[in-house]
Each structure stands twice: as structure tokens, then as C-alpha cells.
Design a protein around this ligand. Sequence first.
Ligand code: ZN
Length: 179
Amino acid sequence: MSGARPHSGVPFADPATLPGAADDDRFMREALAAAREAAAHADVPIGAVVVRDGRVVARAHNRREVDADPTAHAELLALREAAAALGRWRLTDTALYVTVEPCTMCAGAAVLARVALVVFAAPDERAGAVCSAAELLDARWTNHRPRWRVHAAARPDAERLLTDFFATQRGPGDETPTG
Ligand code: ZN
């Protein structure tokens, strides 16, 4: 899996204002911290933050179980929170950090929100929609294609949260989560 990939569409954000790879560790740590909060209500520990101008403007964790909401994935909640905080739905100057590769819904939301950059730590080979099961962020039919990269250094931490969770919460063979 490659790191940064060139954006193939129209420029939409000043790259200088977006986080660089050197910032990934700091922001992914925030996403991992958010992920840990999901365990308090027995939700799969996946976390996300939205970054603008070097600052976290939104952070969320998966709340599917506690809210009984199939769409309450960390990324979707973080994007909604960021839009509310900024007072606009276009998030063209933001980056989305998430501990697990986004699913089709969340990758689609990143496209619709016009997020400039998506960074994730652990791939989801079963349902990941960035580079595993589908390549939604690079789809030619969308009018916006976020840049994306993998922060592989945080993959062990992101995956350990999941394996620890499933070891204590559920038996083996249950459904695995998607980001
Ligand atoms: Zn999702």
C-alpha cells in the first residue's frame, strides 16, 4: 500500500494548510484516544478526528450500539460535528483522521463533504472502501476526490484496540466492524 497518492482532480485546498505526514502521528493519537471512549458503552473502538488549520475541530467515536443507529460510525459523527462547528457543509479545508479504513458510507460522506484529505491507520480488507474492498476516494464518477494516505505506524495500536475489544466483548466469528 502506498503512502501519499497524488490528487487527480481539481485543486480545492491550499496544501500548505493541510496536515503533512509529519503531523499524522499527533492526529492519529487523538483518533485512537477517541476510539478508546467507545469501549465505555461496548461499541467497537473506532475513532475519528477532523483537523483544520493544524487544530482538531471535531472528534468522535463509533456509537452504533449505544445510539442504536446503523449510521453512527465515528467518521460520520466527526464530519457532522465539524460541519456544525464551522457552520458549513463544505469541509474542503479539512483532513479526516480515522483509526480504521472507512466503509462505503463513510468514504462516500468524505466525498460529499469535500474533505481534502483522509488518513487511516488500519486497513479493513473486508469492507474498506478506500483501497481494500473498493476505491471510492479515487472513483472517476465523483466530482471530488479527497487525497488519502495510510499512517501505517499506528496500525498496530488501531488493530490492538479491535482485537482486545472482540476478545472481551464477543466470541470469535462475530461480525467485524467497519470504519
Ligand atoms: Zn463507516
